[in-house]
Design a protein around this ligand. Sequence first.
Ligand code: A3P
Length: 301
Amino acid sequence: MGTPQQQEDRLSPPEAKWWVDGQRIRHKGFWFKPEFITASEAIRAHYTPLPSDIILASFPKTGTTWLKALTFSILRHSSTIHDDRDHLDNLNPHEVVPFLEIELFGENPSKDTTKISCPRVFNTHLPLSFLPDTVMTSGSKVIYITRHPADTFVSLWHLYNNKFGTEISIQEAFDDFCKGIVPAGPYFEHVLEFWEARDRDGVLFLTYEELKGKPEENVKRIADFLGCKTMVEKVVKECSFENLRGASKETGEGVHWSGTKYKMFFRKGVVGDWKNHLTQEMMKELEDIAEMKWRGSGLDL
Ligand code: A3P
C-alpha cells in the first residue's frame, strides 16, 4: 500500500531486471534491490553516528575498494590516532570496512554497532538522502568518491559480464545506465547529492581521477581531513592497484557478499578506458545528460 508515490516507486517495470541479477525497485528516485531499501530504513531508524565515525560513500565502480584500502591504511599508519588494524596483505579491503546496508543493517536491522571499536569506518552505496540526517550533524566524517561516468559505466559493464558470464550488449547496458536503471542509479543524481553537501564541515568530495593523478597529495588530503598524520608514501604504495590486486590473488577465490570474487574488484585501474569501448556519440550523450542534470551546480565533466 502506501501513498501513490510510494506505490509508483515500488513498481518494477520489465526493464528493471538488469542485468540478470533479480528484482530492483525504485525508491525515492533511486534503483536498489528491495533488501537494500529495507536496510536503509533500518539505518535511518537505528544507526546513531558518532563524531569519530568515518563513512565512505560512493556509487558502485567509482573507486570504493581503493578508498576503503586507503582509509584503512591511513589509520593503520597514523601516528595520531591509535589503531591496531591488521596489514592489508592479509585482508581484502572489503573485509575490513563493512557496508552499512549489507554486513551491518542488512544482516540485522537493529544491529548494535556500539561494540565496534572507534574510529568506526563504514561504507555505503546509498545516496545521501537515504542516510540519517544526523550523519551531517553529529560531527562524523563523510568521504565521497566519484569517477567519470564513462569509466564508471565501462567498469560496471565488465563486472556484470564477468560476474554472470553473460555478454550483455554494451548498447543495452549503456541505455540502462543513461536512464539510471543500474544499481544505486541514477549515477548523476547520486553524485549531485554529495556534491551539494561538499562545503559542509565533515564532507570530503574526491574523484578517482584526482587520486590517480596525484596520489600523495590526495592521501595527505584524506589524512588531514581525518585529522591524522600518516605515512603518506607507505599508504600510497600499500594501496597501489598492483599491490592490492596481487594480494587479492594471494587470497585466491575469496568472495564478496555480492557473490563477486575479490579479484574482480581489480580489473585495469586506469583513467580513460572508456575510449576502448564507447563511441564519441555515447560520450556526447553522457555529457548532455550531465549538462542537463548538473546545470547550475558547478559540477561538470
Ligand atoms: P576498472 O574496472 O576500470 O579497472 P569499486 O571498488 O568502486 O568497485 O571500483 C572498481 C574500480 O576501481 C575498478 O576499475 C578497479 O580496477 C579500480 N581499482 C580498484 N583498486 C584500485 C586501486 N588500488 N587503484 C586504482 N584503481 C583501483
